[in-house]
Design a protein around this ligand. Sequence first.
Ligand code: SF4
Length: 375
Amino acid sequence: MPTLRDLLNRNVQEADHTLYEKLDRNRVRCFACGHRCPIPEGQAGVCKVRYNQAGTLYVPWGYVGGVQCDPVEKKPFFHAHPGALAYSFGMLGCDLHCAYCQNWVTSQALRDPNAVSPPLAASPKALVSDALRQGARILVSTYNEPLITSEWAVAIFKEAKAAGLLAAFVSNGNATPQVLEYLRPWIDLYKVDLKSFSDRHYHELGGRMGPILDTIRALHQMGVWLEIVTLLIPGFNDSDKELHGLTDFLAGVSPDIPWHVTAFHKDYKMPEPRDTNSEDLLRAAEIGTNAGLRYVYAGNLPGRVGGLEDTKCPRCGELLIKRLGYFIQDYRLTPEGGCPACKYLIPGRWPAKFAGQIADRPFVPDHSSLVKIRN
Ligand code: SF4
């Protein structure tokens, strides 16, 4: 009986040459994420999906772990084509192991025997035509950590961009300069999940904070549209001190980077801390606003966070986009992406005209061109 790993090991190709180097004794070093694993022959990296066979690095190819159509607000992107449908695909595996992961079926499929998600065979053409058929405007690599499967994402993004779609990553941000350069020509939007502002906490999740802060700086410098999300977990990352550090850092990179602070609910292996309540979100949002951030949003508690789901003009206070959860209730930006009252230009990627919303909640498309990978 083949294991999930056996099946996946047949769906690979050699890594891009800019994303690894050959070392002595048939070892390789991978640059797809901040771990920069040196990988001995016959072994896989920390992510478990990139592995060294006879001195060549092999990486996932030709499948998806899952596909879903999400409102772009769910990713969350609030300053990029509001209301657009984001055709979202994931692969399997992750380079971190957060106990509270909300995508654990795909991210931990190779570590946790309870996380079973049969992969679906896919081609870039089939995914893009499915996305177009659904009316999507954006193609998103998400659910698992997309950096570890960057080659496959780029293959899909090339096809997507030729079809006029935008391309996005929803990522933990544990990147390297090499992988960001590799992605740069093909990516429009990048969401970084900044999980904490403590290196000790990042160690608990299996990473380091330094590469993630470097990624945020680099993406902003590259001009990729960037939004940051922090899942606020009571007792883990919600101290005033940590939130001051985090928001001061972001405002120092740019006060125009939207920051989403979202509510945690008990999940996966972290049933212990209580759920985040609206008072927690309001406190965190106030810290972010006082740090100088101009666009602070509170998520996952629709209708319970005052105006913190809406976009307002930072100059005159005019309401620009009114939201309830993922639903756009009102859109008032000018075709240039400006405030209709004072003409202040709001940073983001705005359409000339609001195109309405196909869906304000996620749905699984009928993806008949994708079939389960069997032995
Ligand atoms: S993607 Fe990251 S975890 Fe995986 S092999 Fe490369 S450096 Fe290691």
